[in-house]
Design a protein around this ligand. Structure first.
Ligand SMILES: *Cc1c(COP(=O)(O)O)cnc(C)c1O
Length: 486
């Protein structure tokens, strides 16, 4: 497969290179030159399982990987999940796609468990002698999923920086209790912005990159713009659709909708690509919290990040600039890279841009809604009372949007995190006691709802802290060098 950059049409000749490169030299994002159409035979549907679908979907795009390479990456990645990789729960006309049965109990595990394996294969294939060092700044979910995904993957080292402020006890423990030689979590004094801007300086430090290159070290990032994160996410839409078909919930070729709680626009974009690849998805529902920049965009054609930033009870969706939206823009502009380049210039200079009528015509199959914190808690309570089913705050947003659009089609709602990952908000929603200690809140929640705590969290409570570094943000470079043994 060849890959094209969204900004100038720069072409990359192999999946291996695109995965290792992450971002194009022109600042754009990579997209496959063509998207294959995928069909499942009756036989394949009858014996459907997640790994099979993942192999079929991923190899249709990463078609230069050998069968064995895809096989080993998929098996290794999804062996880290619970036995049932992707359960689907029916709530009336909506089907909750539980994407949280991986190691860190959030949907990012679907991509971050396989990306390191794809990177390792790519390094070997291109005969690079380099060690890949993944750096990430995190406000929670990405960091723990990256640490867990890269842990013990040969030829890689992962360093995650998290803020001392504004991170939950569970999220912190998921990072600092990880015991793998190549995984490092470092606390940065301050908030997420402090950690993020310190890391940005590192990526822009040419001297550092040069001196590391001499030592055969290449810095890379695990954020969601990497095509190696996006492609594996397409698979769960195919799997879920055919699982509904296999169970007689839908008929052959029946159209469904999808509703996705959205932040950086990676998850819903994977659904859009699935649609381009022949999956009968009708409407894509983009669900947001009070940071409603995408809602306004889909309703008006104007993307405007000049607005207040809110901290909400769905923190993984608190974002003002959704990087993956650029890929959608490119596709709806009929692959006119120059147009995208101009829009991205506007975004950089004015923090906003407006798409033309033709592009707007092409996003008609997206609907967008947003919800405030108290509405979200109310929905968690309603859903619990009606179905005895617990939603986390992010998933509740997806379900609310599905209900608001109120289509005759059945809707797949992406459930992006386990309710036990956000015990305080969930307990507040159903009027249970909240304690200072997250784990105590968790236990109380489990006792009262009679829903079992995931084993991973039980283990986490008693896990030993192995990562104890706490630094000032101006010492980030020294710390990286020290960890890399320089
Ligand atoms: C990352 C995340 C999201 C947002 O997903 P995007 O692909 O960035 O749109 C939603 N919910 C949870 C729990 C997440 O961790």
């Amino acid at each position: 497969m060849k890959y094209i950059s969204t900004r100038t049409g720069e072409v990359i000749n192999s999946s291996y290179e695109a995965i290792l490169k992450g971002l194009a030299d022109d600042g754009g994002l990579f997209l496959p030159e063509n998207l294959p159409i995928i069909k499942f035979s009756e036989e394949e549907i009858k014996s459907l399982n997640y790994k099979f679908v993942a192999k079929k979907v991923i190899s249709s795009i990463f078609d230069d990987f050998t069968k064995e390479e895809i096989e080993s990456a998929v098996e290794g990645a999804y062996d880290t999940f619970e036995d049932e990789i992707l359960p689907i729960t029916k709530l009336n006309n909506n089907y909750i796609m539980e994407l949280y049965h991986g190691k860190t109990l959030a949907f990012k595990d679907f991509a971050l468990s396989i990306l390191p394996r794809l990177m390792k294969i790519s390094i070997d294939k291109l005969n690079l002698k380099e060690k890949i060092v993944i750096l990430a700044a995190t406000s929670g979910d990405t960091g723990s999923a990256a640490l867990s995904g890269f842990s013990n993957v040969e030829g890689t080292e992962v360093i995650v920086f998290y803020p001392t402020e504004g991170i939950s006890e569970i999220q912190r423990k998921q990072m600092v209790c990880l015991d793998a030689k190549n995984s490092h979590a470092v606390a940065i004094k301050g908030n997420f912005d402090d950690a993020q801007s310190a890391l940005k300086n590192i990526f822009n430090d040419d001297d550092l990159a040069k001196s590391l290159a001499e030592k055969n070290i290449r810095l890379s990032s695990a954020n969601s713009i990497n095509i190696g994160r996006l492609v594996p996410q397409i698979a769960y839409y195919f799997y879920s659709y055919y699982e509904l078909l296999r169970n007689g919930e839908i008929e052959e070729s029946e159209s469904i909708n999808i509703s996705v709680p959205t932040g950086n626009f990676g998850n819903i974009l994977a659904g859009y690509l699935a649609k381009q690849m022949g999956l009968p998805i009708d409407i894509l529902i983009c669900a947001s919290n009070k940071n409603n920049v995408l809602t306004d965009f889909f309703n008006s054609g104007k993307y405007n990040a000049n607005r207040e930033f809110y901290k909400t009870n769905s923190p993984s969706m608190d974002i003002l600039v959704s990087s993956n939206l650029e890929r959608l823009l490119y596709l709806i502009a009929d692959k006119d890279a120059e147009k995208i380049n101009n829009l991205m210039k506007d975004l950089k200079e004015k923090n906003s841009y407006i798409i033309d009528n033709k592009m707007q015509e092409n996003i008609k199959d997206f609907k967008a809604y947003y919800y405030k914190d108290d509405e979200i808690l109310e929905n968690i309570k309603e859903t619990y009372e009606e179905y005895n089913y617990l939603l986390d705050t992010h998933t509740a947003i997806g379900l609310m949007a599905a209900k608001e659009y109120n289509s005759k089609n059945k809707t797949l709602v992406a459930s992006t995190a386990s309710p036990f990952k956000f015990p305080k908000a969930v307990s507040e929603a159903i009027s249970l006691e909240i304690y200072d200690d997250d784990f105590k809140t968790l236990e109380h929640l489990s006792v009262k709802t009679e829903i079992e705590i995931p084993q991973i969290l039980k283990d986490l409570e008693i896990a030993e802290v192995t990562q104890k570094r706490v630094i000032d943000s101006n010492l980030i470079k020294e710390t990286i060098l020290e960890i890399l043994g320089e």
